[in-house]
Design a protein around this ligand. Structure first.
Ligand SMILES: Cc1cc2nc3c(=O)[nH]c(=O)nc-3n(C[C@H](O)[C@H](O)[C@H](O)COP(=O)(O)OP(=O)(O)OC[C@H]3O[C@@H](n4cnc5c(N)ncnc54)[C@H](O)[C@@H]3O)c2cc1C
Length: 279
């Protein structure tokens, strides 16, 4: 492991493809692989102390959460608590205090587990991500970042620099629910995050899910169906059928595809009816 003095030095190391350096942030995912003897890679750049990648900045249009921000930083941030409560709920449900103090939002995104807890909240808040390399910075919608199981739009030599959450004055109803075996220290069987702006009809809605597809999933067809609709039991039943077609859950050690389908539909109903675990 090598510890660079600053971001430029880190990016220069990562740009040397022949040398084969990879970043290590909090190490909470990497160290689990190491302990299990499954970490084949040995050359890591320790980015944990890079001040350029720490901090949360408030701008009028967006909150910028830099990649090394920990769950504890998110939990304590007053503006995020007020405007993006589902991300705070996701942080509170991630691991326990030690992981919340050490694990970073950037590591959670790039580790690219479909069962991770922050991604559904980031998708529902329409986040963008900024990536940085020796070539400069590029920005893309977070919804376009995950391409397939553990495949991302992340070029060799690039670091995740920050996550941007667009701010709005709209009156929103926020909903986040992680369904797991226990209330703490569990990997989700289904994770659901929804944000809705509603008058008598649904004006705007975003729905995102974890653990029901190879990537964190935005339920766009369900959203499109619901926009402009006045809620009724018939509309909710139709939306449940559409979301069932959008997901592709599997049977695994934590749950079954059948259970995940049923729970996804139930959580959609709970969200739309405005009951249950809301923020
Ligand atoms: C006991 C335990 C409980 C956990 N509970 C949960 C949970 O409830 N929910 C959940 O979602 N996760 C959980 N995790 C997983 C883990 O803690 C999170 O995914 C964490 O956010 C990872 O961040 P990190 O900084 O430790 O990543 P690291 O382990 O440092 O890195 C993870 C991956 O991301 C890459 N990476 C890191 N930062 C960057 C960057 N800025 N740019 C490019 N690549 C980068 C690394 O190269 C590596 O491939 C748990 C882990 C443990 C050990």
């Amino acid at each position: 492991m090598i510890t660079p003095k600053n971001l430029d030095e880190a990016l220069t190391l990562l740009a040397d493809r022949a040398a084969g350096w990879k970043p290590c942030a909090g190490g909470t995912d990497l160290m689990v692989l190491f302990e299990a003897g499954k970490l084949n890679h040995t050359k890591f750049v320790n980015i944990a102390a890079l001040t350029e990648l720490h901090g949360i900045e408030e701008r009028s249009d967006a909150i910028e959460i830099k990649a090394l921000t920990t769950y504890t930083d998110i939990l304590k941030h007053a503006t995020i608590q007020r405007e993006f409560p589902s991300l705070v709920t996701a942080a509170a449900l991630t691991g326990a205090v030690a992981i919340q103090n050490r694990g970073t939002i950037g590591g959670n995104i790039v580790n690219a587990s479909p069962a991770a807890d922050s991604p559904p909240a980031l998708l529902a808040y329409d986040a963008q991500v900024e990536l940085i390399s020796v070539k400069g910075v590029r920005r893309l919608a977070y919804a376009d970042f995950h391409k397939g199981y553990k495949q991302m739009d992340l070029q060799p030599g690039e670091l995740l620099k920050s996550v941007l959450l667009p701010r709005t004055h709209a009156e929103l109803h926020h909903y986040y629910r992680k369904v797991g075996t226990r209330r703490a220290q569990a990997i989700s069987k289904v994770c659901f995050c929804g944000v809705v702006e509603r008058e008598d009809r649904i004006k705007n809605i975003r729905i995102a899910l974890g653990s029901v597809a190879p990537i964190p999933l935005r339920a766009r067809r369900t959203e499109t169906f619901l926009i402009g609709k006045q809620l009724s039991s018939k509309i909710i039943d139709e939306a449940k059928k559409i979301i069932d077609q959008e997901i592709s859950p599997i049977d695994d050690i934590r749950s079954t595809a059948k259970y995940r389908r049923r729970v996804t539909q139930n959580l959609l109903e709970e969200f739309l009816c405005g009951t249950g675990s809301t923020n």
